[in-house]
Design a protein around this ligand. Structure first.
Ligand code: HEM
Length: 491
């Protein structure tokens, strides 16, 4: 009898506690203003049936053009959208906002450094950090040079033959590059356009299916999602790319280690450290897949956007090339680009930053609030909220960037102009402890690629910046493609 009574009171206490916690959550959530999301029947229907392009437009539209915080509900899931750089800083610096929301497991690499919670993230990042700092990335420069040269050879076939989508070349190259960094030399870019495009398509399909799933809460439970065609496509895409390649990479490194292969990278290889650490098989595989995906689409899309913008703004292209000629001389080819030369490409860096401001390849990032969070105006975000940081919205907001925020103006990144901008209003790689691991890798690789490309070719396009449309496929893509034409530059 006493036991029953005790159990009854424990259950009652738990229920009251749960209710109390929920009350606080709902109370704080109710204080956050609503987003512009259209909650009419028509609006909800549109959202439920949205494709990647509509999803981008809707998410962009519902992130209100204010510097404030707004909320939206995806079913029972609360999304809090942070629009003010000062509050972005609070989130990114908070030890309570290190984890990612649960739906990040949809990326199928829960033990990798990009999508993982505090553990395994913390342990993995500790292993990887030294290989991606200034010295670590210096060791990759020979690979970046070799692969950029290969790109130039490959791209020769489309010289003078009208517009083509440069992304298909750059993404194949980005995949080859990251694989070589993982000590696996695989031929992709020269496999013929059919194969090349198939690799791109599989990764694209995968990223697209995940982003659609995140925004459609009824697809969150595996049991429902597994009944969909998207799930079948996602599984096929994974099998053909990430799973296949990570298995090849792992087998290759294990064979090399077994055969006592002491190549020149041995002392600098994070792959060897990963495979010899105490990480389990799942963790190693997830990490390989994470790095492949994180390094491929992002660098390829960014380089493609930069080339497209330079093709649109020929006066800026002329200035970039003048700097390249100053550093490398008037030539169509540089034999090798070294670290010191890269540091001299200051104007190119302004252009890259401005392109990443207007067309950030990662348009939104997510965090999970593991505790109540107080924002700069004293308002609170409830514990358990999923936080969205709309990078693309913040980086084009006139309140932070001035009336010409929608214009391509690289000189806004000159030191004296940048001083007027909030440091957290420009976050293509984000900031804080979960900032992009591959930031230096990306900037170095892109500078080498772009230098090779622009020394050799003049780039042109018929596309206009104002006419560009975007879609959300985890990364932000230009719907019209990265259509440029190239002709040999006159010296
Ligand atoms: C232009 C190219 C790139 C862009 C714009 C970019 C952007 C980003 C962004 C926005 C994040 C999310 C950070 C957050 O959640 O706060 C991220 C995370 C990450 N990126 Fe990149 N990235 C790029 C290239 C790369 C490359 C080349 C690599 C690897 C070689 C890489 C590896 C990672 C990893 C491992 C993370 C997870 C970091 C963590 O959670 O600790 N990224 N990146």
């Amino acid at each position: 009898m006493i036991v029953t009574e005790i159990l009854f009171f424990v259950a009652l206490f738990m229920a009251i506690k749960l209710l109390w916690q929920q009350r606080r959550f709902l109370y704080l959530a109710s204080k956050i203003p609503k987003s512009n999301f259209d909650f009419s029947l028509k609006g909800i229907y549109k959202f439920l049936t949205a494709d990647s392009k509509e999803l981008f437009e809707m998410s962009y539209g519902s992130f209100n053009d204010t510097e404030g915080t707004v909320k939206t509900w995806l079913g029972h899931v609360l999304m809090v959208i942070i629009g003010n750089p000062e509050d972005v800083k609070i989130v990114m610096k908070s030890k309570d906002c290190i984890d990612k929301p649960k739906f990040m497991k949809f990326f199928r690499a829960p033990d990798g450094v990009l999508f993982g919670d505090y553990e395994p993230w913390h342990a993995h990042r500790k292993i990887l950090n030294p290989y991606f700092n200034v010295q670590g990335v210096k060791a990759f420069i020979p690979i970046f040079n070799e692969k950029s040269k290969k790109l130039m050879k490959c791209i020769k076939s489309v010289e003078g033959s009208g517009e083509f989508d440069v992304f298909y070349y750059l993404t194949a190259l980005a995949l080859e590059t990251v694989m070589k960094v993982m000590e696996y030399d695989k031929e992709i870019i020269n496999t013929g356009s059919e194969n090349r495009e198939a690799y791109v398509k599989y990764l694209r399909d995968f990223l697209k299916s995940v982003s659609l799933r995140i925004f459609k809460p009824w697809l969150h439970p595996d049991i429902f999602y597994q009944q969909t065609k998207t799930y079948q496509e996602e599984q096929e895409a994974l099998k053909q790319t990430a799973l296949k390649f990570s298995a090849e990479i792992l087998e290759n490194i294990r064979n090399k280690s077994k055969n006592g292969d002491n190549n020149e990278h041995k002392s600098k290889s994070f792959m060897r450290e990963l495979t010899q650490s105490n990480l389990n098989e799942n963790e190693i595989n997830d990490e390989i897949r994470t790095l492949m995906v994180a390094a491929q689409d992002t660098t390829a899309l960014s380089s493609s956007s930069i080339l497209l913008l330079l093709a649109m703004y020929k006066d800026i292209q002329v200035k970039v090339v003048a700097e390249l000629h100053q550093v490398f001389g008037k030539t169509h080819e540089v034999p090798y680009i070294d670290h010191d030369q890269l540091n001299q490409l200051q104007y190119l860096e302004l252009v890259m930053n401005e392109a990443m401001r207007l067309t950030p390849v990662v348009p939104i990032v997510f965090r999970l609030a593991n505790d109540e969070l107080t924002l700069s105006d004293g308002s609170k975000i409830p514990k358990g909220s999923n936080i969205i940081i709309p990078i693309h919205r913040i980086q084009r907001n006139k309140k932070f960037w001035g009336d010409d925020a929608e214009q391509f103006r690289p000189d806004r990144f000159e030191k004296e102009n940048l001083e007027k901008i909030h440091p957290y209003a420009f976050i293509p790689f984000t900031k804080g402890s979960r900032m992009c691991l591959g930031y230096r890798y990306a900037m170095t690789l892109m500078k080498i690629q772009l230098s090779n490309f622009l020394l050799r070719y003049e780039v042109d396009t018929t596309l206009k910046f104002e006419e560009l449309e975007y879609e959300l496929n985890t990364t932000m893509n230009i719907c019209q493609g990265y259509m440029i034409s190239i002709k040999k530059r006159e010296l």
